[in-house]
Design a protein around this ligand. Structure first.
Ligand SMILES: [Zn+2]
Length: 142
């Protein structure tokens, strides 16, 4: 981008872009984690009768030892862990999104007051808004 942006605009643009990337990355990992969580959940659901038999064995004080039991229990613990991480990550993502949006709105205010260092009439701002739009950052709507 060869626009003569003011220092504050440049700084704030960089920050908004950085936050945008951060949110996008977290969102992607959240999708991945949801996928893993779903798979583990489906597994536990498919073999729910085995889980029930483990539970009744514990209840009746019987010792049910098998290799598959260990595996099943690991899956169940993994499922619970992914749910827990998802819960926490969603909260963090919400905060990051809010932070991003605040910076984006601040940038909109900035570009309306002190945008570029051009002396004459120019269309830097138009170009800039389009450029940012390509990056997925909307600077038109508050
Ligand atoms: Zn300009």
């Amino acid at each position: 981008m060869e626009l003569k942006l003011s220092y504050s605009t440049k700084k704030k643009s960089d920050k908004v872009c950085e936050l945008k990337q951060k949110v996008a990355k977290k969102y992607a990992s959240l999708i991945l984690l949801s996928g893993i969580s779903c798979l583990l959940g489906v597994y536990a659901l498919l073999y729910n009768t085995r889980y029930i038999s483990y539970a009744t064995a514990v209840f009746e004080n019987r010792n049910l030892q098998s290799a598959i039991k260990t595996f099943d229990l690991i899956i169940l613990v993994g499922f619970a862990a992914t749910l827990f991480i998802l819960y926490i990550s969603l909260d963090i993502l919400k905060k990051d999104k809010k932070n991003y949006d605040e910076h984006r709105k601040d940038l909109i205010k900035t570009i309306n007051s002190e945008f570029c260092t051009c002396v004459d009439f120019c269309n830097c701002k138009e170009e800039y808004i389009k450029f940012m739009e390509e990056k997925g950052i909307d600077l038109i709507f508050l």
